[in-house]
Design a protein around this ligand. Structure first.
Ligand SMILES: NC(=O)c1ccc[n+]([C@@H]2O[C@H](COP(=O)([O-])OP(=O)(O)OC[C@H]3O[C@@H](n4cnc5c(N)ncnc54)[C@H](OP(=O)(O)O)[C@@H]3O)[C@@H](O)[C@H]2O)c1
Length: 279
């Protein structure tokens, strides 16, 4: 039995759907199973990662775990319970910001994911880490602005990313879960091409049949705005990543194709799939 954590959000939901569609035995964890809206036949079990006792029923009989964690959440209680329950394989959705072998990770995003990776490595289970930089879902941050007009105001228009569709991430996870040959492997997942934010917005505009415009806002203005409701170190990490990716194309690799058997979906496909989110 495969247990998916984070099963009601972007990556986990698509992974549950991919596994269920392939006829695999999959269970989803949610704090509110009645609102999960997962496909019929998927077992949804109530549990809260901050309440370890609640995880017992979800982990019963589980041999593989797909782990998508909300940023900063302490994974220790879950990992302890998973070890006790006899989980043999953990696939963790990690971050491309992690620097292997560094004494000190470059930012809080990298540090958090590196810490969870280390905890999983120490468990003695089969582990595989899927690392991402910028998933295409990050464009959903533009939705509110685009529901009110055709301009996106944000920092670093020229920041580039090889944005990856969440369905490709899910299919890669589904291919690794329960399979042999992936233990101890770190896979960096990318989309098929490097795109700046301006280029992404242009492709999104074509999918929406609208002419969209990116208006550059100084980084400090954005830092102040975001820090009102997000952790300041997390905001700093996001902005630093954008600076680091400005003016040079993001790496593209064939890992998605290697794992799933098909090329990664282009951003234009993602935009078409998500057009309704921007109206
Ligand atoms: N966005 C990026 O740039 C990026 C890049 C690299 C990696 N990632 C990875 O992707 C993650 C985000 O994935 P996402 O957007 O799909 O999910 P998300 O929106 O960050 O998290 C929401 C999911 O977590 C579950 N959840 C939250 N708190 C929980 C708790 N206390 N107990 C049990 N479940 C809980 C929710 O389930 P219920 O509400 O149903 O309980 C929901 O399924 C990041 O944290 C990071 O690890 C993101």
């Amino acid at each position: 039995m495969i247990l998916v954590i984070g099963a009601t959000a972007h990556f986990g939901r698509q992974t549950v759907e991919a596994l269920a569609g392939a006829g695999r035995q999959v269970r989803a964890l949610s704090r509110e199973p009645e609102r999960a809206g997962l496909p019929e036949g998927v077992e949804v079990v109530r549990g809260d990662l901050t309440d370890p006792v609640s995880l017992g029923p979800a982990l019963d009989g589980v041999t593989e775990l797909f782990l998508v964690l909300p940023h900063g959440l302490d994974a220790r209680p879950l990992l302890d319970r998973a070890g006790e329950a006899g989980v043999r394989q953990i696939v963790f959705l990690s971050s491309g910001a992690v620097v292997d072998g560094a004494d000190r990770q470059p930012d809080v995003i990298a540090a958090y994911h590196a810490g969870v990776e280390q905890e999983i490595r120490a468990m003695g289970v089969d582990w595989t880490f899927l690392r991402l930089f910028f998933p295409a879902i990050n464009s959903l941050a533009w939705a509110m602005q685009l529901q009110g007009g055709d301009t996106v105001r944000g920092p670093h228009a020229a920041a580039a990313a090889s944005v990856v569709h969440e369905r490709d991430v899910a299919e890669a996870a589904a291919a690794v879960l329960g399979a042999t040959g992936h233990s101890g492997r770190v896979y960096e997942l990318t989309g098929p091409q490097s795109l700046t934010q301006t280029e992404q917005l242009d492709l999104l505009g074509r999918a929406l049949d609208r002419e969209l415009r990116f208006e550059e806002v100084p980084q400090e203005t954005v830092r102040q705005q975001l820090s009102r409701f997000m952790d300041a170190d997390f905001v700093a990490a996001l902005l630093d990543l954008m600076v680091a990716t400005t003016g040079k194309p993001a790496p593209v690799n064939d890992t998605v194709e290697h794992l799933t058997g098909h090329p990664p979906r282009p951003y234009a496909q993602w935009a078409a799939d998500h057009a309704a989110d921007f109206h």
